[in-house]
Design a binder for this molecule. Structure first.
Ligand SMILES: [Zn+2]
Length: 450
């Protein structure tokens, strides 16, 4: 894009008039694009990056928000005087480009040209509520630019040129700052994590890392604690989200579990114990969304249903009706049906040795014969069949014999491959050191045996 605001007259005179108009419009819009960026960036409370300056002494906004070629043409002192022609709207549910453009005072032909932009027109067909669309009109009232913002780190920019509209995706690279939190559980994992400033999704990430070892629905106790080291994302000093969990340790009923991130050769991310065993195992400890279980259930040693049912061959998870139930492991559905006693039930076969059973469901989402992967939602909690209240009755069978799913010993996963061990130690040692320092919990360092 040639976005020079003062085109060199000798060059400009050689350009077709239409082109100049487009170039000027784009230049106007640039000013607006900058102003649409978060304005609090230099006032961020995080002292890691931001410097608090009096308003009139704030440094100019960094042009790195846009592409480098734009950055070189940006001149803040001059831009302050330019009129801003941008208009922005939030996407509502049910919106499409037509309804949005209408709201912004544009017509059907504008919709047509932008929807047929030469590149990146497809994202405009998948607008999601809460995202932003901004348009820039030139001084002749003609649409010059459209900015579709998916997140503070990702947007699409559509610009008019001689051939109509041309789109491109802009992805911004945030700074990653490691952050540490230690939480002691007093009421529930979700509540206490939230109080400590961890987002719900970060808590879920943590639970999914440890979910193969710890039953977050039934085994969490008052006094359990965890420490987590994770990246926070900053853009020009403003927090824009969080990144990966780098390392974490969880003390559950006196037993300490630790996990550390490892970036595999193919770039994928997996979590391992410090001695190189994958955290991911063949079965989840609790096959349901524990965040839906209220805190009183969480912290109770045994819930009433468990005691009452005689000759009980499984575990009962009392949970609100509709709570999602997950396949505990990869497998094949061998039954998905209804009976008077079981109500709606699903049985899954995992290889030759293991079977899991899920009873009293409200809804079933899988059919007999289908393959499911671990964590897939197979149904929801209910009270169909012989059930006194909504709960999941869960059974775990090894070679046809009922076993306690919460204590059954499963085969140990294999340690990370030999040719990866050097890299593993190099990547994970600094993360585990940082976590040990912050948490005060001594975490065994990577010691891999051949
Ligand atoms: Zn039961």
């Amino acid at each position: 894009m040639q976005a020079s605001r003062k085109p060199n007259p000798t060059v400009a005179s050689k350009l077709p008039k239409k082109h100049i108009a487009a170039a000027t419009a784009v230049a106007f819009c640039l000013v607006g694009a900058m102003s649409l960026l978060p304005s609090k960036n230099v006032q961020a409370k995080r002292n890691v990056i931001a410097v608090d300056l009096p308003l009139d002494r704030q440094p100019p906004r960094q042009a790195v928000n846009l592409t480098p070629e734009v950055a070189t043409t940006q001149d803040d002192t001059e831009s302050a005087a330019q009129p801003l022609n941008w208009q922005e709207t939030t996407i509502n549910s049910g919106d499409n480009l037509t309804t949005i453009f209408k709201r912004l005072g544009l017509n059907a032909s504008d919709v047509y040209t932008v929807a047929n932009a030469r590149n990146e027109h497809k994202p405009l067909q998948r607008l999601r509520p809460g995202e932003l669309i901004a348009i820039c009109v030139n001084d002749e009232g003609k649409l010059a630019q459209v900015k579709y913002t998916r997140s503070s780190l990702e947007h699409y920019l559509y610009e008019r040129n001689e051939n109509g509209f041309e789109g491109r995706k802009v992805v911004l690279q945030p700074d990653l700052i490691p952050t540490h939190k230690t939480v002691v559980i007093k009421s529930s994992l979700s509540l206490d994590a939230n109080k400590a400033g961890l987002s719900q999704s970060k808590t879920m990430e943590l639970a999914s890392i440890f979910g193969w070892d710890i039953d977050f629905a039934l085994d969490i106790r008052k006094g359990d604690r965890f420490s987590v080291l994770y990246d926070e994302k900053f853009l020009n000093g403003e927090k824009v989200g969080s990144g990966d969990i780098l390392a974490a340790t969880f003390v559950n009923q006196g037993t300490t579990f630790s996990a550390v991130r490892f970036i595999e050769q193919d770039g994928s991310i997996n979590y391992y114990t410090p001695d190189g065993k994958p955290m991911r195992k063949a079965f989840l400890r609790a096959p349901l969304d524990f965040t839906r279980i209220s805190s009183n259930f969480n912290l109770r040693r045994k819930h009433p249903l468990y005691k009452r049912i005689k000759a009980h061959r499984g575990v009962d998870y009392a949970a609100p009706r509709g709570t999602p139930i997950y396949a505990a492991g990869d497998g094949r559905v061998i039954a998905s049906s209804y009976s008077k006693a079981n109500g709606n039930y699903v049985f899954i076969q995992h290889g030759g040795k293991y079977t899991t059973k899920y009873l009293h469901l409200t809804k079933r989402f899988v059919q007999k014969g289908s393959h499911v992967s671990q964590g897939k939602t197979i149904g929801t909690v209910g009270s169909t069949g012989y059930a006194t209240g909504p709960h999941l009755h869960y059974e775990f069978l090894v070679n046809g014999v009922h076993r306690n799913p919460r204590t059954v010993k499963l085969p140990d996963a294999r340690t990370i491959a030999k040719n990866q061990r050097h890299e593993f130690v190099a990547q994970t040692t600094p993360l585990l050191n940082q976590l040990s320092q912050h948490s005060g919990i001594l975490i065994a360092q990577a010691k891999l045996q051949d």
